[in-house]
Design a protein around this ligand. Structure first.
Ligand code: ADP
Ligand code: MG
Length: 198
């Protein structure tokens, strides 16, 4: 459990907003451990592979978008989740290849859920205050739709442990991830917490 890993990608807007350090800080101070990190420019085929790694992504993201509109009393651009994600995927390819991104792997107990919690929900308009997306960016389904682009929400974070496995395998070679100890691991995980007092 203590070795659970998740993928975080600072998207091109996060890099351009000079928020790489802030994003790292949020995860670092939670107690999670950085297992690997690199900067790269992705190509469209790689981005499609990344987002469609979960065969359910097209349906879930389409349904989430429709709900996002309905919750605000608005009409979604289509009633068909797959039609919506077809458009979103095109926008994501443009967005995610527009500049460098920073990919990271974070490790620790419940890493996937903890990182999602600190990241906040997809639409910055609705993301909770205190989350990275809630604190550092303003955007909505509505504006992204009018401007025909992907939502700019600073970072990607794996949705499930299974997705995290597949995404990490896509983004990182085995030798790019490092197993090591942090002194703080003992404070987080040691059962007896002994050896502190002299
Ligand atoms: P998350 O990144 O929160 O896991 P999804 O996996 O559902 O969200 O979607 C992937 C990315 O696609 C989002 O982070 C966002 O950048 C973009 N996106 C999702 N839904 C929409 C939408 N309705 N309009 C524009 N962009 C969207
Ligand atoms: Mg997702």
């Amino acid at each position: 459990m203590k070795k659970e890993r998740t993928l975080v990608v600072v998207k091109p807007d996060g890099v351009q907003r000079s928020l790489i350090g802030e994003i790292i800080k949020r995860f670092e101070r939670s107690g999670l451990k950085l297992a690997g990190m690199k900067m790269m420019v992705a190509d469209p085929a790689f981005i499609e592979k990344h987002y469609t790694i979960d065969p359910e992504w097209r349906r879930i993201t389409g349904e989430k978008t429709i709900k996002g509109y309905r919750d605000k009393g608005q009409t979604p651009p289509s009633e068909d989740p797959h039609e919506i994600t077809g458009i979103i995927l095109g926008h994501l390819k443009t967005f995610m290849t527009s500049g460098p991104v920073v990919a990271m792997v974070w490790e620790g107990v419940h890493a996937v859920k903890i990182v999602r919690k600190l990241t906040g929900s997809t639409e910055p308009l609705s993301s909770d205050v205190g989350t990275i997306r809630g604190d550092y960016v303003i955007d909505s389904y509505q504006l992204a739709d009018i401007d025909k682009r992907a939502i700019r929400n600073l970072l990607h974070a794996s949705g499930t442990v299974d997705d995290a496995h597949k995404e990490i395998e896509l983004w990182f070679k085995k030798e790019e991830l490092i197993d090591y100890k942090l002194v703080q691991d003992k404070v987080l995980y040691d059962v007896n917490l002994d050896g502190i007092l002299e």
